[in-house]
Write a protein that binds this ligand. Structure first.
Ligand code: SF4
Length: 189
């Protein structure tokens, strides 16, 4: 229910600035995003000068991100991340910091960064919160840590670590099922 409301809010927000082009592409017969195709489609629309690009996708050294709304400006682009939430949580800004880092490394000149939250006026529920300074402030931390993460991704042996709070905070980890299944196996042995 909450997920549908979130998707619905996100889908409505795509039209915040009028006409837009959406970059979402799914693998045939699935709802799994085809990230490579989305990155290519985004590059095409950037080259065309499309004013508003939704779900614009970028990849930098195997690090992928997609942004809800990328809006062309005189000097480059502003981007908007849409959250079906009444306020801006810190995690939203950290996520936007990662997206900024990736797009900046892909040579996009990003001006302003906004988190769009769900306001009380249902006639116009989209509230744009300017988080530019704080989000861009995370770029250095990301650059200091992302290469270690890349190395970990590539090393053949698995990182040995106990399951814990990190598995669900700030979001459920992609490997949750795998690691928690392993821990069940260990317990039953
Ligand atoms: S679920 Fe994710 S965070 Fe938790 S131990 Fe496994 S890889 Fe680490």
């Amino acid at each position: 229910m909450r997920l549908d409301a979130g998707n619905d809010f996100g889908d409505r927000a795509m039209a915040m600035f009028g006409e837009y082009e959406e970059m979402t592409v799914y693998r045939p017969g699935t709802t799994i995003p085809d990230t490579k195709a989305m990155v290519e489609k985004t590059a095409e629309h950037l080259a065309k000068g499309t004013p508003v690009i939704c779900e614009a996708a970028f990849i930098y050294y195997n690090n992928y991100c997609a942004v809800d709304i990328l809006r062309k400006t005189e000097t480059g682009y502003d981007f908007y991340e849409v959250k079906n939430a009444p306020m801006v949580y810190d995690q939203f800004i950290r996520d936007a910091g990662f997206q900024y880092y990736i797009m900046n490394r892909c040579k996009l000149n990003i001006g302003k960064i906004f988190i769009v939250t769900h306001g009380e006026d249902e006639e116009n529920p989209f509230v744009s919160n300017d988080v530019t300074v704080k989000a861009k402030g995370y770029a250095k931390w990301i650059n200091d840590n992302i290469w270690d993460l890349n190395r970990m991704q590539k090393q053949p042996e698995e990182v040995q670590i106990e399951i814990g709070e990190q598995c669900t905070k700030p979001y459920e980890c992609w490997y949750y099922g795998y690691c928690h299944h392993l821990s069940e196996v260990e317990v039953n042995e």
